[in-house]
Design a protein around this ligand. Structure first.
Ligand SMILES: [Zn+2]
Length: 205
């Protein structure tokens, strides 16, 4: 008799526990799929970089846009590669936009910092030339349309005050100083705040 109750109890336990286990297994599977998808996309990005290095900018562009449109959150290296490739496609505004994003994300210690700054200068010169020529504009892909991954630190130096936490308004006689309304007291934005800022949606505190 006791054995039978124990059995019933075990069976009951099994049935009540099972859905929760199924759920976490399903969740784990979903995460695995997500990671695999990201790894696949990063491989596409690497092959795009190879093509860019070979001077095949149009194909590289197609691949990079595919990654941009399918990856959940954009790694900082991708902002650099897309900015660089855009430069070689003569999409200078788009190039400046993404290269600036890379510099904001990685600062002067970023692996591609020097190259990004160099390309940025050239792109700015080209923009000025373009404006004087008044050439027809092509549709550009801008970073504010995407969710950017700020890396493991999860924070970015505030681009508004450049991390100083102070905004200076130049006056005729004296300058006015004001605490930056966007970042924390150390001059940082969280990644969520940064993404809102580049979309023009971050409210000042
Ligand atoms: Zn700030």
């Amino acid at each position: 008799m006791i054995a039978r109750y124990t059995l019933v109890f075990i069976v009951a336990l099994f049935f009540t526990e099972a859905p929760a286990q199924d759920r976490s297994a399903a969740e784990e599977y979903r995460i695995q799929l997500e990671q695999r998808k990201r790894a696949d996309l990063l491989r596409v990005m690497d092959s795009a970089v190879t093509m860019m290095d070979e001077g095949r900018y149009e194909v590289a562009d197609q691949k990079l846009i595919y990654v941009l449109n399918n990856i959940k959150s954009i790694p900082s290296d991708l902002t650099f590669y897309f900015g660089k490739n855009s430069f070689y496609l003569n999409k200078f505004k788009q190039s400046i936009d993404w290269l600036n994003k890379y510099i904001q994300l990685k600062g002067s210690t970023g692996q591609f910092y020097a190259e990004a700054v160099g390309l940025l200068k050239q792109a700015e010169t080209e923009i000025v030339k373009e404006q004087s020529r008044n050439t027809a504009k092509v549709k550009e892909v801008l970073s504010s349309e995407y969710e950017i991954d700020c890396g493991p630190a999860g924070k970015v130096t505030c681009p508004v005050c450049k991390g100083t936490t102070v905004l200076i308004k130049k006056g005729a006689f004296e300058n006015q100083y004001k605490t930056c309304p966007y970042c924390d007291k150390h001059g940082f934005l969280t990644c969520a705040e940064y993404n809102l800022l580049i979309k023009g949606q971050l409210e000042p505190k």
